[in-house]
Design a protein around this ligand. Sequence first.
Ligand code: AMP
Length: 409
Amino acid sequence: MSASPTRVLVLNSGSSSVKYQLLDMRDESRLATGLVERIGERTSRVEHTLLTGAEPETRTREGRVADHDEALDAVAAELSRDGLGLDSPELLAVGHRIVHGGRLFDGPTRVDWHVEREIERLVPVAPLHNPAGLAGIRTARRLNPSLPQVAVFDTAFHAHMPEAASRYALDTAVAEAHRIRRYGAHGTSHAYVSRATAELLGRPYEETNTIVLHLGNGASAAAVRGGRSVDTSMGLTPLEGLVMGTRSGDIDPAVVFHLMRNASMSAEDVDVLLNKKSGLYGLCGDNDMREITRRADEGDRTARLAFDVYVHRLRKYIGAYTAVLGRVDALVFTAGVGENSALVRAAAVEGLTGFGLAVDPERNAVREKRPRVISPEGTPVTVAVVPTDEELEIARQTYGLLGEGGDRG
Ligand code: AMP
């Protein structure tokens, strides 16, 4: 009898890119990783790295990849060249990152026609992302119809937020007719990081209260009580909340109709303005925190202001989620900015000793790819940096559902 399959292929299909990782869940090792970027543009790029040898082996090629269908063909071809194709008997399943799962999905879900139809029905609230996820599911099925597929939703971790946090104060009939509520996002990351933080603290996850700050190009905060998300800063879509690379985050909704009435902008124009031309980029012309802090250091006042607006919003959410949780055990930073910018971390908690928050300058300056505490010994709230790993979390959830000990969907 052959051994049960233990490998999971994780696909993260974005609006113009597909990232992938092949993992062996016996030891959670990575066998291959890669990326197809600039899908639909004239020069797309495929980068594939094989990790099974003594040294990583990377192959890259450029050329047009017209759509997600072709992108997945390219991924499958690269994996096949290394004997790791979608028809390999060791492959248990494909785990897909799906951005929007609405209210229906609160955990990893084996994909069938019903699940696919629901993901499709949610396209209006995730117009850039859900179609990409669907394309990933359909192409993987075309390449190997009998391979199980699992959807891991970015919204799932927030699916049971209390109504008081998930409802907008809108006319109930309108909200219900159009499924308008706060769904949140980045849930896979918030789940992974909050659990890893409890492990770092040596506390049971069920008894740990954490504020997670996922600060990447997209950014969100989550209040996690005993392993459950009780509030998060993103809402109906990932536009609400913190200041992000190119998204405004919280804004008076009247700005939208003010612009439509007085600046001859269409709904589409305002959508592009708030999602693509605002945030750090809108404030100072750069969306990369490295560039912004460098410019601010050189005395650039616009960059300084962008940094200050970013940090001010962050501090407001730290205060708000302290109140939501009542007792906070840990405040944790993750993703590109959170893991790398000691300046942002220091500014976010500066002067908050009244909240039990402080950062030790030496610990904060350490650069390491491991979870670590950056608050001084003995402070009431542990401040930590925990690198996120959404792909590993998707693989774990997929394996948990279908692998040894799982219920096979
Ligand atoms: P992510 O979306 O998690 O990949 O984060 C991407 C963002 O992280 C970039 O746009 C940068 O703003 C930020 N970032 C990456 N490295 C650094 C760094 N060393 N210092 C400050 N910010 C960084």
